[in-house]
Design a protein around this ligand. Structure first.
Ligand code: XUL
Ligand code: CO
Length: 438
């Protein structure tokens, strides 16, 4: 049975195509530098936004028209798997991602939940035998159910800590079975509302204990996927422990966990933290910890996580710039942690939105690659810091300078010759590349 019967396989038709259900810029086989677009971009479909999200918002009921809406329980879960693999095939999506609760309904106990999960994972495993779509990552939802009201690994309730551990244990087993390339930890409710009732030190120590147990269990069962922390500030708790990449790095280093983790960087989380997407990617990259990306965008007018499909070409270009400089994402990919707007409620909008996102990142890839190939920013930056190539600058870099030699160098200096940073010119240059890359 076809769930999306009006949609056939999405093809690349080029920049002048007027077909809404075709790629204009994403041409999977096109070679960019040393690999194909498909190899660079490694797109993933987020199961939760695409197959379980019903359009509910704080003011209104679910309104998404979906071909599986009439079903319930395990029947619904199975229909979604069938629809998902049809969707992946038609979109030509190389990867997908899910939370445990996205794919199977929860039971009264963890034992019951795991039984449901096993049945659906069997089904997914069967589909994956013939599908080219692989699992980029899975994760455990440890934030929706009321038991997680005070957090999961940072809950004040040890039973909840134990429950969360058991959920991640199962998640790692599922990851191994389905050959997941990564396993993600987004903080969920790991944070706090008020210090008046919070033992911050204990909560953070417990979070580290939890991560260590996950590392140990992955080793024990031979799961070799990459562990990823997904930083996010502000929601759902006011103070999230994984606020941004820099905070995450400090946490991991304090507890000697840094060798086992990289980061899954989400564009909208970066902007909520008061950073740009490219800032978070750069911080992770220069620390050797850029793992994967949740490809979406926020709304500059709104202060929450709107999870929109990415269409801002300046942002995708600067993101791909970091990713190319990183040598690609390795085991990671670009997972569309993005949902269609409430007004885009037709099933076909799911395709249209993914096409918009994939084309936007294809443009970003092409433009960023050209910027790097032409050395435009690299040459500018190298020249900007040239004072460190000789004289006192070289001595600083080589560790040959100290406060006394530096004082001697400047004591009688009258003029400090600074040069313009030319930021407007560079922004216009990026625009020029954007407008001429195709
Ligand atoms: C929440 C978020 C999550 C994670 C996975 O803002 O981004 O969907 O990506 O738990
Ligand atoms: Co995310």
């Amino acid at each position: 049975m076809a769930y999306f019967e009006n949609v056939s396989k999405i093809q690349y038709e080029g920049p002048t195509s007027k077909n809404a259900l075709a790629f204009k810029f994403y041409n999977p086989e096109e070679i960019i530098g040393d690999r194909t677009m498909e190899e660079w971009l490694r797109f993933g479909v987020a199961y939760w936004h695409t197959f379980t999200y019903d359009g509910t918002d704080p003011f209104g009921h679910g309104n998404m028209i979906r071909p599986w809406n009439h079903l319930k329980g395990m029947e619904l879960a199975k229909a979604r798997v069938e629809a998902a693999f049809e969707f992946f095939e038609k979109l030509n999506a190389p990867f997908f991602c899910f939370h445990d609760v996205d794919i199977a309904p929860e039971g009264e106990t963890l034992r019951e939940t795991n039984k449901n999960l096993d049945e659906i994972v069997d089904m997914i495993e069967d589909y994956m035998k013939t599908s080219k779509t692989k699992l980029l990552w899975n994760t455990a939802n440890m934030f929706s159910h009321p038991r997680f009201v005070h957090g999961a690994a940072t809950s004040c309730n040890a039973d909840v800590f134990a429950f969360s551990a058991a959920k991640v244990k199962k998640g790692l087993e599922v990851a191994k079975r389905l050959g997941a390339e990564n396993y993600v930890f987004w903080g969920g409710r790991e944070g706090y509302e008020s210090l008046l009732n919070t033992d911050m030190r204990l909560e953070q120590d417990n979070l580290a204990r939890f991560f260590q147990m996950a590392v140990d269990y992955a080793k024990e069962i031979g799961f070799s996927g990459q562990f990823l922390i997904e930083p996010k500030p502000k929601e759902p708790t006011k103070h999230q422990y994984d606020f941004d990449v820099a905070t995450g790095i400090a946490f991991l280093k304090k507890y000697n966990l840094d060798p086992y983790f990289k980061f899954n960087i989400e564009a909208n989380h970066a902007t909520l933290a008061g950073h740009t997407f490219e800032h978070e990617l750069r911080v992770a990259r220069i620390n050797g910890m850029l793992g994967s990306v949740d490809a979406n965008q926020g709304d500059p007018l709104l202060g929450w996580d709107t999870d929109e499909f990415p269409t801002d070409l300046n942002a995708t270009t600067l993101a791909m710039y970091e990713i190319i400089k990183n040598g690609g994402l390795g085991k990671g990919g670009l997972n569309f942690d993005a949902k269609v707007r409430r007004g885009s409620f037709e099933p076909e909008d799911l395709f249209r939105a993914h096409i918009a996102g994939m084309d936007s990142f294809a443009v970003g890839l092409k433009v960023a690659h050209k910027l790097i190939e032409d050395h435009v920013l690299d040459d500018f930056i190298a020249n900007r810091y040239r004072s460190y190539n000789e004289g006192i600058g070289k001595e600083i870099i080589q560790g040959k300078a100290d406060f006394k030699t530096l004082e001697e160098h400047v004591l009688d200096m009258k003029e400090f010759k600074n040069e313009s940073g030319r930021v407007e010119e560079l922004r216009a240059l990026v625009n020029q590349y954007l407008l001429t890359a195709f």
